[in-house]
Design a protein around this ligand. Sequence first.
Ligand SMILES: C[S@@+](CC[C@H](N)C(=O)[O-])C[C@H]1O[C@@H](n2cnc3c(N)ncnc32)[C@H](O)[C@@H]1O
Length: 198
Amino acid sequence: MNNKTAFFDAHASSWDIREVDDIADRLERVVSLSGISCGANVLDVGTGTGVLIPYILLKIGPNGGVLAIDISSEMLRQAKLKGFPDQVKLAVMDIHQTPFDSEHFDCVFCNAVFPHFEDKVGALREIARVLRPGGTVIISHPIGREAVNRIHQTAGGEVGEDRIPSNVDIVKWLSESGLNHSEVIDEPDFHLIRATKD
Ligand SMILES: C[S@@+](CC[C@H](N)C(=O)[O-])C[C@H]1O[C@@H](n2cnc3c(N)ncnc32)[C@H](O)[C@@H]1O
């Protein structure tokens, strides 16, 4: 078991009430910047309570699919309560090692999860493996770098040391994993890196 599972299990039931007031606009921006369109096959890594899923569904329409994974079964239990349509599948899974076929997804979202990966390069290699050529990965923090790092520091425990790495490091690791053409947005209240598989 990932040693952060217990932390996220414990916070699952109260997770959604922590969101900032304009989170809907920020999540819509994250999904829009991915460029996904109707029929896309999407992996949502660390979906938590599934906050990003409604915005993904708006873009992919009824013929697309979402595989939403998380190490925390309690987070997924909260997501399941939201009653997503059948095109959304939820699975307990760690991104560091997945059973998916190679080149399976059009887009992989890592929304508010990247700092928690134990092996960031290993996770990016796995994401690159499951992405189809031309597919997109999004690493996003819709409340911005400083707020995320402060929240983790304040929370302490298993996530106390989790930080968003420098953009330079993330772009380098993406490139080493075969994920290139990176675009970086690092605003005070919004952070996002987008890269494409060659
Ligand atoms: C800060 S929450 C964000 C949840 C959601 N993406 C959101 O934006 O609200 C991070 C989530 O990622 C999950 N997680 C952490 N490490 C993971 C990993 N290696 N693989 C899959 N999920 C992971 C946690 O269990 C938690 O639910």
